[in-house]
Design a protein. Structure first.
Length: 160
């Protein structure tokens, strides 16, 4: 893994990731939209324009999956309200948020009609607001749905 990256992760992963990648900025994603906005704004002084999101599924999973897209059903969005247009467009293109083309769709929030959705998806505990805010600011984003953080750390260390 690039030793100058940014990882947004489920709070359950933060301590382990800080041990594994001491030179990387590790930020736990928040359940509070205001905190989400503040965390993203704090990155503005950095030259980095790539982030990795490590999402946690609501239900138990067996393997790690790359995320190819998300559905935000939370009825909240970090771009609602005043937006500094010098940081990014008012309505950023959300058609290609993630760098990965293969993978699963992360769903944040509830909707009874999801049972009719045909593509593979998993409900996540958070991280989607961060993806929206990062994309607004021009970040390239990779995301993973994590079942086994140790395997992800091991695989990531070998690949990069």
């Amino acid at each position: 893994m690039n030793q100058s990256g940014i990882i947004f992760c489920a709070p359950e992963f933060q301590d382990r990731l800080m041990q594994a990648f001491p030179l990387i900025t590790i930020i736990s994603y928040s359940a509070d939209i205001v905190v989400c906005r503040e965390q993203i704004a704090e990155l503005d002084g950095q030259d980095l324009r790539h982030a990795t999101l490590l999402l946690m599924g609501v239900h138990y999973m067996i393997t790690n999956h790359e995320v190819k897209d998300h559905i935000n059903l939370s009825k909240q969005n970090p771009l609602i309200g005043p937006v500094d247009l010098s940081k990014g467009p008012r309505f950023p293109d959300m058609s290609s948020v993630y760098e990965g083309e293969d993978g699963i769709i992360a769903v944040f929030g509830e909707d009874k009609d999801l049972k009719e959705f045909k593509e593979p998806w998993v409900r996540v505990t958070g991280g989607i607001w961060e993806a929206i805010a990062l994309k607004h600011r021009g970040y390239k984003i990779n995301a993973w749905l994590i079942a086994d953080i140790e395997k992800w750390i091991s695989d990531t260390s070998l690949i990069n």
